[in-house]
Ligand binder design. Structure first.
Ligand SMILES: [Zn+2]
Ligand SMILES: [Zn+2]
Length: 176
């Protein structure tokens, strides 16, 4: 698979049973739908109370044709915007994979922090992964980075992929 941005081969890493493909040059991340589904664990059922604002309201979705190509299907990705968040996520309407630029990753974390959603989700993730002590023995910055990554992974699970039917409907209605 090639990075939709740099066109170089993506590397893959396994984190908490989830394979994630990333670009070593631009640090963009590619999440495949099946892998996101696998990342759901038993404890996720308890998360109904998590009231995260991002990707919550389907009326806030704005979608347009993108210029990037799905690393998996080789078809153009769609750009999905959400309300005033300024966050853009690239989605494939065939495989439902999600591409996250490095800048968008940072934007999502900043947005969560601003909305005070970060603490709730991050604490949840932290508790969930405390059992994986070896993950947390590295330098502080790397630990934070991994927690942020897992927070994003959970957020994609809880909010984004569950909104996929709404996203798909909007894509169908786009002018050709
Ligand atoms: Zn890249
Ligand atoms: Zn695809």
């Amino acid at each position: 698979m090639l990075c939709p941005h740099c066109k170089i081969k993506l590397n893959s890493a396994i984190l908490h049973n989830t394979e994630v493909d990333y670009c070593s040059q631009c640090l963009g991340l590619w999440f495949e739908q099946d892998e996101l589904r696998l990342a759901k664990d038993e404890k996720d059922k308890d998360l109904q109370w998590l009231d995260i604002d991002l990707w919550k309201n389907e009326k806030e979705f704005k979608i347009s044709y993108g210029r990037r190509i799905c690393p998996s299907c080789r078809v153009p990705l769609y750009e999905v915007y959400y309300g005033s968040s300024g966050i853009i996520v690239d989605v494939c309407n065939l495989c439902q994979g999600v591409w996250l630029d490095r800048a968008e990753f940072k934007k999502i974390i900043d947005w969560l922090k601003k909305k005070a959603d970060y603490e709730v989700l991050n604490n949840y993730v932290k508790n969930l992964f405390l059992e994986f002590a070896e993950i947390f023995t590295g330098p502080e910055t790397i630990r934070e980075e991994i927690l942020d990554f897992l927070t994003i992974l959970k957020l994609l699970n809880y909010k984004f992929t569950t909104q996929y039917p709404a996203i798909s409907k909007i894509i169908l209605q786009l002018p050709k």
